[in-house]
Write a protein that binds this ligand. Structure first.
Ligand SMILES: [Zn+2]
Length: 122
């Protein structure tokens, strides 16, 4: 079985076995560097948690505003409903991203498994 010709970060030769259709493993394939970069940046910056902090801040401001008699109760109620909708959208977005990342990882595992000549359940 051919082995990936890539060089690891520690300077050693990569030991991942690749099948005939691919020269490099996922980590070392120059054609997939953009794909790796996207996956890394997706994991790095967590947009949902930033948005969540913003929603909590707005809710606190509304609460303070109502208690200080500076925000109309009716306005606060509508804003609260809208923020609740936004909160749900953030949660849905987070779940979609999570599922996409899991699918990507499963795909990588399956590819690695196939390269090793074995299959799930075999
Ligand atoms: Zn490699």
């Amino acid at each position: 079985m051919p082995v990936c010709p890539g060089i690891k970060r520690d300077g050693g030769r990569c030991t991942v076995v690749v099948d005939g259709s691919q020269e490099y493993c996922y980590q070392h394939d120059p054609d997939r560097s953009e794909e790796r970069r996207r996956a890394a940046s997706r994991a790095g910056k967590s947009k949902p948690s930033r948005e969540l902090a913003g929603i909590k801040r707005q809710l606190q401001e509304l609460t303070d505003g109502v208690l200080a008699d500076e925000v109309e109760r009716a306005n606060a109620a509508v804003c609260g409903q809208l923020l609740n909708v936004k909160l749900r959208a953030v949660e849905v977005e987070r779940k979609v991203k999570e599922t996409e990342e899991l699918e990507e990882r499963i795909e990588q595992l399956e590819q690695a498994q196939e390269r090793g000549g074995k299959r799930w359940g075999a």
